[in-house]
Write a protein that binds this ligand. Structure first.
Ligand SMILES: [Zn+2]
Length: 150
C-alpha cells in the first residue's frame, strides 16, 4: 500500500517536472514574445535563410551536394530571401504610415483641444467655470444660460 503511494508520487513528480520542458516546443510557433514585431520576425527569418544558404554553400564545396541540387536549392533560398526582404520593406512602409497617421491624429487632437469652446465665464467675477453650470463655482451667482465668452 505504501509502496503504491510512493510510486504514484514518483510518477506524479516526473510528469510535473517533464511537462514544462515539453510545453514550449508546441506553443513556440503561435505565441511570439511580446517584443517580436512583424519586422523583427521577418529579419530573423531572413537571417535563417542566409544561414541555410551559407550551409548549402559549405556542403556544396565539401562535395556533399550535387551541382543540380545545389543550384535549385540555392535559387529557392535566394527567392525566399528576396520575398522576406520585400515583406520587410512593406512592413517598414506600414510602420512609417502608422507613425504618420499617429502624428496626424495627435495634431488633430491638439487642434481640437485648442478649439474647445471657452469655459463658461461668470459675468460677475469672471471666474471660468469648466462646465455649463447653473451657478458660478466661485461666487455662487446664478449664471445666465449659455454665457460663453466669445
Ligand atoms: Zn462668479
Amino acid at each position: 500500500m505504501e509502496l503504491g503511494i510512493a510510486i504514484l508520487l514518483v510518477i506524479g513528480l516526473a510528469v510535473f517536472t517533464i511537462t514544462p520542458l515539453l510545453a514550449p516546443e508546441g506553443s513556440a510557433e503561435d505565441a511570439l514574445p511580446i517584443d517580436v514585431t512583424p519586422l523583427t520576425d521577418l529579419k530573423r527569418r531572413r537571417m535563417v535563410v542566409y544561414e541555410n544558404l551559407k550551409d548549402l554553400e559549405f556542403e556544396y564545396e565539401a562535395g556533399k551536394v550535387a551541382k543540380d541540387d545545389y543550384q535549385s536549392l540555392r535559387e529557392n533560398h535566394l527567392a525566399e530571401a528576396a520575398q522576406l526582404m520585400l515583406a520587410s520593406q512593406e512592413q517598414e512602409e506600414i510602420t512609417e504610415n502608422d507613425l504618420l497617421i499617429e502624428k496626424q491624429v495627435a495634431e488633430r487632437r491638439a487642434q481640437r483641444k485648442s478649439k474647445r469652446p471657452d469655459p463658461f465665464v461668470c459675468p460677475e467675477c469672471e471666474f471660468e467655470n469648466p462646465l455649463s453650470v447653473k451657478y458660478c463655482g466661485n461666487c455662487g451667482k446664478e449664471l445666465p444660460q449659455r454665457s460663453r465668452k466669445k
